[in-house]
Design a protein. Structure first.
Length: 224
């Protein structure tokens, strides 16, 4: 339960741009009664994002804000923040939201903005992470949930899932397994946040009041 709040629920707004399989994992985890989080709305910058259909099927409010209709990043981010804040969420979750956010936006949601990235951060910030892990000859890869700060893919880590790389992995097979791990750790991180167990402090992210290591909580997935 969140400390200081009268309601045990934690309102969440999820931002997407695409398939929304992480959104689906969150919806499923909440539906299973596993989490005090409640998704108030799903917002997409693309009208054709399949995740919008997933949200509608779950009875969640959806909104499309097309960034191309705005004069620049600041104007889009201001409209996005206004749309989010109308729901007064305790948490904003980036789930495949393919936009770089302005510093002002990130500061506005400091401590209540989470992202998932398909690599073991700080390795492979940015795109094409699976191919880059293969090209580097890594034996392990994975995904990370982190608080968003002004540094792209650089905020304090909450949890990482480590996935072993097999000798015959392609970027596609590896991506599939990492995706499976994402669907485990994102609902977990959101639940921890909703329960008040995970917080962002000046020194970093904490779990149950203890400062997490730079890697966040590390979980290993043999085969997911
Ligand atoms: C995931 O790989 C996530 O790590 C990245 O974007 C992708 C979103 O996938 N940030 P989905 O839309 O949740 O299926």
């Amino acid at each position: 339960m969140r400390s200081g709040g009268s309601s045990p629920q934690c309102k969440v707004v999820v931002l997407i741009s695409g398939s929304g399989s992480n959104l689906q994992a969150l919806i499923d985890s909440i539906a299973s009664g596993d989490s005090p989080a409640q998704i108030s709305a799903v917002i997409s910058n693309r009208a054709d994002a399949y995740g919008l259909q997933r949200a509608q099927a779950a009875g969640i409010a959806t909104l499309v804000l097309d960034h191309k209709q705005f004069e620049g990043r600041e104007a889009f981010d201001a409209a996005l923040a206004a749309a989010i804040d109308a729901y007064q969420p305790q948490l904003v979750v980036l789930a495949g939201f393919m936009r770089i956010l302005s510093a002002g936006f990130v500061r506005h949601y400091q401590g209540r903005l989470l992202n998932i990235h398909p690599s073991l951060l700080p390795k492979y910030k940015g795109l094409h992470t699976h191919q880059r892990a293969l090209d580097a000859g890594d034996r392990e890869h994975g995904c990370s949930v982190h608080f968003v700060t002004e540094e792209l893919d650089g905020g304090p880590l909450v949890v990482q899932a480590v996935v072993a790389i097999a000798a015959d992995d392609s970027a596609d097979t590896l991506a599939q397994r990492v995706h499976g791990a994402e669907h485990q750790i994102y609902p977990l991180a959101v639940r921890w946040f909703a329960e008040g167990r995970v917080q962002l402090h000046e020194q970093g992210a904490t779990l149950d009041g203890q400062l997490l290591p730079a890697s966040g909580q590390v979980l290993h997935y043999a085969d997911s």
